[in-house]
Design a protein around this ligand. Structure first.
Ligand code: NAG
Ligand code: NAG
Ligand code: NAG
Ligand code: NAG
Ligand code: NAG
Ligand code: NAG
Ligand code: NAG
Ligand code: NAG
Ligand code: NAG
Ligand code: NAG
Length: 656
């Protein structure tokens, strides 16, 4: 990861002092006098826009695996094609697989091996690894099923296949499980999954199928789990919390199609899915438990969004209906945290195989309630929707930190004890300008920055203009400066997270993201912002420390100082748009020994401030340079930072 080049060392040497405003900074970090920071400062927020789990972080490889539909997105055969001259027809059988999955596919044909093939989520990654699959079939069949992974191109080369002995009988749905290890890696992801059977051996030369599923190895080997390459990219950021489930997904498109947590539980055959808010049907294979497991696996504090009676079309609940929504949210908390024996919903959880209660310390009431349907819906949120939730939670779960979905910047008066949520999506310049936006707040104005990203280029048209096509370096540096401002206010901020986390290269609305991906895991690409958020987030401040300025000042250098929980001192800085490098001299009060050592890590980007990490070239435009600095007389560390750079200086552990 770390490459120390000689050119780098030269760049870090002190440059000739210039007297231009603020290009020379002499700073002293005080030994005491700061504030204790939130212990969960940097986190993650899921949903990934336009691939909410499905085709995103959820590892399922088969698209449209159970023909789920809704009035908005009716069941269809998207992703499926016939094999061996078969006919495929959707059926609502009088005996469906389950109430949740009423629609299945009937595969009929004349002779030979017939069946159906799935193209995955824009392809399937085929490697020499263990795939775990399952399908349900109904109909009398004495023979074998063949399951295979094969190329979608040219000669349709088969990379791996397995035969599954039929257990299928008339009048019953039977589950068939299998594992499959391809004998070789496919050269690319243009592959399909096929499931076939011998027509002549099936009564009526026809069988019904549903819930056809295939998983590669998952993170932590969780059944029904997540894509390892993507989870690892997030784990490497060393996050501390997970805000879920959305986002817009939580709200739903219409007042009766919000994210209903109780329908995201249990066996996949009992999950109906829902009309997603990004133009497609969701499987809800990634449900409440899967989110909690993700949080468990990365030791993340869950920040659970509960539905607050507002949908994206602006419809909202009256007070009577809101009372039901409040109860539904309380039930959700009881489901997660209730005693397995003494509570109704705790017992439901235990029956699903999770006797041990989880702990929920943060709950957010709704999502962006200042936006959809405003002003009427927002008035309702301020007047009764939020107050009803807040009162009920204070009574039932007084230890849970309640977060309102608007922030003080959205004209919401947050009652004492509650927090707000602020979502700055800005241009690079505006993000930099926002670096001190939190300064006037007090601890009574506690907030989370539950979503943040630079989304539009400087000089653009704001929300009426084009979104950025990719996170570019200038925006990532601007986010870095904003994060320094957030950390300076770490006593008033619960945490901060980038959004949207993920972007599927085949289907997306926002180009801005931390990680880009496709079926082909070789395309998984960490954006320029990923590098900035990692550098700043992996060493969060335990507490801030005041900085006195002997020379220089904020802009173009921005900074925050404090201590880590490892007993080291930290000085984090970033330089925005300037013509000449900025020279920095930093002294940590009480650590004035000449020759003491500190590690300086500097991120710099491409010449073009709008340069980005392109998955198709694989070039990472972010350069990381790491160097050990030795303190000069008086304990002064000197270095210089070029424009558009982000840096962290960390002293050695203090010996007490
Ligand atoms: C199955 O039932 C759903 C819900 O009633 C309906 O929308 C759909 O058209 C039906 N599909 C078929 C193939 O009959
Ligand atoms: C298939 O695997 C699932 C998950 O491990 C298991 O619950 C189920 O009982 C298995 N079904 C059969 C028929 O073996
Ligand atoms: C095959 O998949 C790769 C991604 O792995 C993609 O770039 C390429 O366009 C695909 N080729 C065809 C012919 O579809
Ligand atoms: C038998 O096959 C016909 C034609 O393929 C189909 O319409 C019918 O539903 C099938 N009957 C059963 C019991 O599967
Ligand atoms: C989701 O992606 C599809 C395909 O790229 C696009 O047509 C659609 O507009 C997107 N949905 C939203 C809400 O952006
Ligand atoms: C709410 O419930 C009360 C008592 O049941 C009823 O009198 C009132 O009409 C209801 N209001 C609305 C808007 O439905
Ligand atoms: C907050 O108030 C300002 C000034 O009245 C207004 O411009 C802005 O739209 C309001 N924001 C929201 C979310 O209501
Ligand atoms: C911050 O909290 C204080 C004390 O509760 C309150 O008076 C003030 O209005 C809040 N600030 C904003 C911007 O809401
Ligand atoms: C600590 O908090 C106080 C009160 O908000 C503030 O005035 C002071 O600047 C903060 N100190 C640091 C080092 O951020
Ligand atoms: C950097 O600042 C210069 C001088 O103010 C300005 O002309 C230029 O547009 C800025 N660059 C970017 C990428 O904003």
């Amino acid at each position: 990861m770390v490459s120390v080049k000689s050119a780098v060392v030269a760049a870090l040497a002190i440059s000739p002092l210039s007297e231009a405003a603020n290009t020379v900074n002499e700073l002293v970090v005080k030994a005491t006098g700061g504030n204790v920071s939130s212990p969960i400062m940097y986190g993650l927020m899921h949903e990934d826009i336009n691939n909410s789990g499905d085709g995103g972080i959820y590892a399922e490889l088969i698209s449209n695996r159970a023909f789920q539909g809704s009035p908005r997105f009716p069941s269809n055969l998207d992703g499926w094609s016939p094999v061996g001259g078969a006919q495929l027809a959707l059926k609502n059988l009088s005996q469906p697989l389950s109430a949740a999955l009423p629609t299945s596919v009937q595969v009929s044909g004349e002779k030979g091996m017939i069946g159906l093939a799935n193209s995955g989520y824009w392809g399937i990654d085929v490697k020499k690894q263990k795939y775990t699959g399952s399908f349900y079939v109904k109909g009398e069949y004495e023979g074998k099923f063949t399951v295979s992974l094969q190329s979608a191109l040219g000669d349709k080369e088969v990379f791996g296949k397995v035969e599954v002995e039929s257990q299928s009988v008339a009048g019953e749905w039977t589950q068939h499980n299998f594992t499959l290890v391809p004998r070789k890696n496919a050269p690319n992801s243009n592959n399909t999954f096929a499931l076939t059977f011998k027509a002549e051996k099936a009564k009526n030369r026809s069988l019904d199928f549903n819930l056809i599923s295939l998983f590669p190895p998952t993170f932590n080997n969780r059944p029904n789990g997540l894509r390892p390459d993507l989870v690892e990219a997030f784990a490497a950021l060393k996050p501390k919390f997970l805000r879920f489930p959305g986002g817009n997904m939580l709200m739903g498109n219409t007042i009766d199609s919000y994210w209903k947590w109780h329908l995201t539980l249990g066996p996949l055959k009992d999950r109906p899915g829902m009309a997603g808010t990004w133009s497609y049907q969701l499987t809800n294979g990634m449900g409440l438990i899967e989110y909690m497991q993700w949080a468990d696996d990365l030791k993340l504090e869950p920040i659970l969004g509960v539905w607050a009676g507002l949908s994206l079309d602006g419809a909202f609940y009256d007070p009577n209906q809101t009372a039901e929504a409040v109860q539904y949210a309380l039930d959700e908390i009881e489901f997660l945290t209730g005693d397995a024996k003494r509570t109704k919903w705790g017992a439901v959880r235990a029956a699903l195989g999770y006797p041990k209660p989880w702990r929920i310390r943060y709950v957010e009431i709704g999502n962006e309630d200042w936006l959809a349907g405003a002003p009427a819906s927002y008035e309702a949120y301020k007047n009764y929707r939020f107050p009803m939730f807040y009162k009920a939670f204070q009574e039932r779960y007084p230890d849970i930190q309640i977060i309102a979905s608007p922030s003080v910047f959205d004209n919401m008066t947050i009652p004492a004890g509650a927090a707000g949520d602020w979502h700055p999506y800005l241009t690079p310049d505006n993000m930099v300008d926002s670096w001190d936006r939190l300064d006037p707040l007090t601890r009574d104005n506690l907030t989370i920055v539950g979503e943040a990203a630079v989304t539009h280029p400087n000089g653009g048209l704001g929300w009426n203009g084009p979104l950025g096509s990719n996170p570019w370096w200038i925006g990532s540096v601007a986010e870095g400066i904003f994060l320094l401002g957030v950390e300076r206010n770490g006593d008033k901020v619960i945490g901060v997270t980038y959004a949207p986390l993920l972007r599927n290269l085949n289907r997306w609305q926002w180009g801005m993201t931390l990680v880009q991906h496709a079926a082909d895991t070789k395309l998984t690409t960490r954006s320029t912002s990923w590098y900035v958020w990692k550098l700043l987030g992996e060493k969060p401040l335990k507490n801030t420390l005041p900085v006195t300025i002997n020379k220089g000042g904020i802009n173009p250098l921005y900074w925050v100082a404090g201590e880590s929980d490892k007993g080291t001192s930290l000085f984090k800085a970033a330089v925005y748009n300037t013509t000449e490098p900025v020279s920095v001299s930093v002294r940590f009060e009480g650590q004035e020994k000449k020759g003491a050592k500190a590690t300086l890590t500097v991120l710099t980007g491409p010449e073009d401030p709008y340069g980005f990490n392109d998955p198709f070239t694989g070039v990472n435009v972010v350069k990381e340079m790491k160097k050990t600095l030795k303190a000069e007389a008086g304990g002064v560390y000197k270095f210089s930072l070029p424009r558009w750079s982000v840096a962290v200086l960390e002293t050695e552990k203090r010996h007490k």
